[in-house]
Design a protein around this ligand. Structure first.
Ligand SMILES: CC(C)(COP(=O)(O)OP(=O)(O)OC[C@H]1O[C@@H](n2cnc3c(N)ncnc32)[C@H](O)[C@@H]1OP(=O)(O)O)[C@@H](O)C(=O)NCCC(=O)NCCS
Length: 228
C-alpha cells in the first residue's frame, strides 16, 4: 500500500472515511451532539475540507478503497500578505445547525487565541488524520505523517496541529511534536492542545518567543497557556 495524493475523483470516498473516523471526535461531538446529524454534517464538512486542501494544501490517502487519510493546509503568517490562490473556487463551509452556532463561536475564539499563542508564523497545519478502525496499529497514520513532513520539508515550513485527547497528544509526542499551548472551551469539557513539530532531535526550531512545555501539561484555564 502506497501513500498517494488524493485527486478530485476520490474526494467523496476520502470524505466518507474521515466522517466515519472522526465521528466520535470531541470537537464534532461538542458542536453536533446528535450522532446521526453529526455523521451527515461530517460527510459534507470533510468533502468541503478536502476540496479546500486540494486548493491550498495537500491530501494523502492509503488504500484502494481508501482506509486512511491525512489533510494538511498551508497557512500564512498572521501578520503578512494573504497567499496567492489558484483559480479553483472553494465554496463556503457547510452551515452548522442553528443551535450549534453559539458553541462554534466559543470554539472559534479559543482557536484564534491558540493560533496566536502557538503558530503566528507561516506553517503547514495537520487539520485531520484518521485511519478506519479495522486498519489501525499497522503504521498507516505514521506513514501519512511522514509524507506530510516530507512535503513540509520541501516547502521549508514548520508543522503544527491541534488535538483534543491525551491519547492523541501522546501519539504526536512520540512522533516529534511538543505541546505549545492548551485551553478549555468555556462552559464545556472540551480542551484543545496546540502542538508543533520539533523532531526527535529538536531539529525543528521554534520561532522566537515560543517555547514548548517540557512536561506537556494541560491548561484547564479559559485562556491558552504557553509552555514554560
Ligand atoms: C490516531 C490514529 C490516526 C492512529 O492511526 P493508526 O493508523 O493506527 O496509527 P499507527 O498505526 O501509525 O500508530 C498507532 C500505534 O500502532 C503502533 N503500530 C504501528 N504498526 C504496528 C504494527 N504493525 N503492529 C502493532 N502495532 C503497530 C504504533 O507503534 C503506534 O503506537 P505508538 O504511538 O505507541 O507508537 C487513529 O487511531 C485514528 O484514526 N483515531 C481517530 C481519529 C483521530 O483521533 N485522529 C487524530 C486527531 S486528528
Amino acid at each position: 500500500m502506497q501513500v498517494v495524493p488524493i485527486d478530485i475523483g476520490h474526494v467523496g470516498e476520502a470524505a466518507d472515511v474521515l466522517a466515519q473516523v472522526m465521528h466520535d471526535d470531541p470537537v464534532g461531538s461538542f458542536l453536533i451532539p446528535d450522532p446521526i446529524e453529526r455523521l451527515d454534517h461530517g460527510r459534507r464538512h470533510y468533502r468541503w475540507l478536502i476540496e479546500r486542501a486540494l486548493d491550498e494544501g495537500r491530501v494523502d490517502a492509503l488504500g484502494n478503497p481508501v482506509v486512511a487519510v491525512a489533510v494538511w493546509l498551508r497557512r500564512p503568517a498572521l501578520e503578512g500578505p494573504a497567499p496567492a490562490r489558484s483559480h479553483t473556487t472553494v465554496a463556503a463551509s457547510p452551515p452548522l445547525p442553528p443551535e450549534a452556532l453559539e458553541r462554534l463561536d466559543r470554539l472559534a475564539e479559543v482557536m484564534r487565541l491558540l493560533r496566536r499563542a502557538s503558530r503566528p508564523d507561516e506553517h503547514v497545519y495537520l487539520d485531520t488524520l484518521g485511519t478506519l478502525p479495522g486498519w489501525r496499529r499497522q503504521g498507516l497514520a505514521t506513514r501519512l505523517l511522514a509524507a506530510g513532513h516530507a512535503w513540509a520539508d520541501r516547502l521549508k515550513l514548520p508543522r503544527a496541529l491541534d488535538t483534543e485527547t491525551d491519547e492523541n497528544v501522546g501519539f504526536y509526542r512520540r512522533r516529534g511534536y511538543r505541546v505549545i499551548a492548551s485551553a478549555n472551551v468555556p462552559g464545556s469539557e472540551l480542551r484543545i492542545t496546540a502542538m508543533r513539530y520539533i523532531g526527535q532531535t529538536g531539529e525543528g526550531r521554534l520561532p522566537d518567543g515560543l517555547c514548548h512545555s517540557a512536561a506537556g501539561r494541560w491548561s484547564r484555564g479559559q485562556h491558552p497557556r504557553r509552555g514554560p
